[in-house]
Structure formats: C-alpha cells, structure tokens
Design a protein around this ligand. Structure first.
Ligand SMILES: C[S@@+](CC[C@H](N)C(=O)[O-])C[C@H]1O[C@@H](n2cnc3c(N)ncnc32)[C@H](O)[C@@H]1O
Length: 203
C-alpha cells in the first residue's frame, strides 16, 4: 500500500474512533489516556500522595490523568520528544535508556518511588515484528530500572507487544514481582499487538 493511502486510512480511522472523540471533548492530548484509566480502575495503581515516574510520556495524556488523580504526589515524566508542560509534573526531555537520564530521575526523587509507568514505544517501522522487538527492549529496560527505583510494595505498568520478546518479558516479570498480569484495555486497538503488563510487589 502507498504511504499516502496508509495515512488517509489512518486519518479515517481516527475520525471514526470513539476514544479519539472522547479525548478531544475531555481535554486529553491522546486517546492513550483511556488505556491507563481502565488499567487504573481495574488494578488500583494511583492514589493521593504517591511518587511516580511516567516513561515515554509525550504528548502527555497519561501524565494529565496522573496529575488529576494524584493529589500531593511527586511525579516525573520523561520523553525523547518535547511536550507541553503539565502543572505539578516535573518534566525531563531525553532518552530514558541513557544512564545520565536515569541518574537525573533517581536524584529528583532521592528515594524509592511507588509507581513506574511506561508507555514507551519506538517509532513504528511498518514491520510489526521489528516494532515488537524494539518496544520489548524498552519494556525490559523499564522493568530493570523498576527493580532499582521501586519500593518493595511498588507497582510497574508497561506497554508490551505480542512478539518474540513477549514470553521473555512475562517470565522476567514473574521472577521480579510477586504478582504480574497481562491485560489489553478496550482502548487498545484490536488489530494492534499491544498489551500491558501490570506488576506489583518486588520479590
Ligand atoms: C505511545 S507514545 C506515549 C503516549 C503517552 N503515554 C500519552 O499518554 O500521551 C510513546 C512515547 O515513547 C517515547 N519514547 C520511545 N523511546 C523512548 C526513550 N528511549 N526514552 C524516552 N521516551 C521514549 C516516544 O518518544 C513516544 O512519545
């Protein structure tokens, strides 16, 4: 399929999508917010006063949701791309996989945190297997970082793609956390390989 035909299909899909329409009405920057909302309602991730890291946060709908739900908390969001500021969120722009950025995150909190969220994904290549591998690597990196920065009763939520890295990630999660579940929210498109892994309580 030609590139402009793909983008026309994408635009038409967006126009029909109820989550896109709802996000515009409710003032969220992306339909992705409804994935986090459903995860939060089902797995009880957010509450007042927590400290939280949002990895891969641009354009910022997850952080907008967190800012609304978490009163008197300490929240840091990081993305490769710049995005508009959100009040009560400390923003970092840079590559999370870089040691310098990880040190900045740790220094900002100065102690262990309650929640790590990761919606990180690489720019899609058009090859779903390659996309799944690269996004899987980001998920593994986020999970390993969680081991360093989470409190023992902490929670880790990450995007995960069905593909060659899926089983490895799920088995690492089982080793690292006492509880782990894979869940696909309604807002996650049926034709996408995306799911989420929700983990609680470090071993
Ligand atoms: C699906 S979007 C996130 C959407 C976001 N959760 C929201 O609700 O607006 C994925 C993001 O991951 C970011 N990303 C990918 N690799 C990254 C990395 N190594 N460090 C930081 N951000 C990264 C991308 O720049 C992109 O903005």
């Amino acid at each position: 399929m030609k590139k402009n035909k793909i983008s026309k299909n994408w635009i038409n899909k967006q126009k029909r999508d109820i989550f896109v329409r709802r996000s515009k009405i409710e003032g969220y920057r992306s339909r992705a917010v409804y994935k986090l909302q459903e995860i939060d309602e089902k797995f009880k991730i957010l509450k007042n006063g927590i400290s939280l890291v949002d990895l891969g946060s641009a354009p910022g709908s997850w952080s907008q949701y967190v800012a609304k739900k978490v009163k008197s908390g300490k929240i840091l969001s990081i993305d490769l791309n710049e995005f508009d500021q959100i009040s009560n969120i400390h923003q970092l722009i840079g590559d999370f996989t870089n040691t310098l950025q990880k040190t900045k995150i740790k220094n900002y909190f100065g102690k262990k945190v309650d929640v790590v969220l990761s919606d990180m994904a690489v720019n899609t290549t058009g090859n779903k297997n390659v996309d799944a591998i690269q996004t899987g690597e980001l998920c593994m990196e986020a999970m390993n970082f969680s081991k360093e920065i989470l409190k023992s009763e902490g929670k880790f939520v990450s995007k995960i793609f069905m593909g060659s890295t899926f089983n490895e990630i799920v088995s690492e999660a089982k080793k690292m956390f006492k509880e782990s579940k894979v869940f696909k929210p309604l807002a996650s498109r049926k034709d996408s390989k995306e799911s989420f892994i929700i983990c609680k309580f470090l071993r």
